[in-house]
Design a protein around this ligand. Sequence first.
Ligand code: ADP
Length: 412
Amino acid sequence: MPEAILTLNAGSSSIKFGLYTSESGNLAIRVKGEVEDVGDDLRMTAKDGYGARLADEDWSGEAGSTDALFRRLLDWIEAHLGDDHLVAVGHRIVHGGRDFQDSIRLTVDIVSALKGLTPLAPLHQPRSLAPIEAILELRPDLPQVGCFDTAFHRTIVPPASRYAIPSALEDEGIRRYGFHGLSYAHVASRLPDMLPGRRKVVVAHLGNGASLCAMRDGRSVDTTMGFSALDGLVMGTRPGLLDPGVLLFLMKEHGMSHDDLEDLLYRRSGMLGVSGLSADIRVLSSSDDPRAREAIDLFAFRVARETAAMANTLEGLDSIVFTGGIGENSPLVRRLVCERLVWLGVAIDPAANERGSGIITTDGSKVTAVAIAADEEIVIAEDARRLCGGTCIPAEASSRKMLSRISLKVRK
Ligand code: ADP
């Protein structure tokens, strides 16, 4: 019976899902969908592999309970399986800490170890783990695989991985981890065909969350996010790089608590904070308000500034890859970034940039820039198939080995 893999990517306001089947050795997308918070409603939309609409349904009745939501989603998926057999669910998990450096079969014990990493990603980690726990409860026999956003950056070593803090704190796990690793793994898998012979590449994953990765020969050697998903670039609602002295000032002079700061840093800053209008580049690009333009300019300035820093780690720059919702879809942002990098040898081709998708620089450009769609789901599906397709590795065997190595020392 043909094998099918379900992927789940639980974000801040949506759960993206994908259903893949194995066809002559390759994975083919059968269904791509999303359950999204839209105002007071919960909407489920799905398309088939050719982009034709399969569903657009109001699921608000399931809004209050994770179990009810995933029961409905699994029922819907199973009704669309046809002759295929669902062999695994693969999940995007934001933080793997120091110990989870590769995708892994998930068990109750592994999930509990991953919960121990919640202090490292207080808003993102619970969202990643909720679907896993719901499915463990609803379908205990369905194999599940966790794929980590931090894992691609396991190749980053000191000095790039270190903060200049006392070593005892570094030993506790306070170091640069980096995120968006599944998107970077997808780009790395495409590089040999897309940009043959280009060894020093900066990949810009620009979405609601945004970061850069310096890749040498397809491996991460530096990135702009660090210990948390707050560092680096300006984002939709996060400020990115911020002098820690600002936080000390706000605590002392404004009496701000941990929760106040968390709210400021995760939800009220970034392009939303600067513009006072929106976190969404589409809204900002079509606004005449000077604050909207200021927010976009600041965003592009910081992408360019950090690209130069990544090029320094790489000791050169052959290519830039733009991906993520903004990287793939905003010619304005790509142009503003590239215009600031002319001195590094980036010559944008305006017409190609407007068309998007593929090479957006001139033939003579020293640095080749390209725009491609992010596809974190295919990376998850491939890892889930590797760990669960065909002859399945027993979950207990793989997780026991892992758990015996784990010694988390992160303070709550
Ligand atoms: P996430 O980090 O949540 O996965 P995405 O990668 O989906 O985010 O990116 C979402 C952002 O991409 C939106 O907030 C918007 O700014 C931008 N975006 C999406 N589509 C377009 C478009 N067609 N044109 C310009 N920007 C877009």
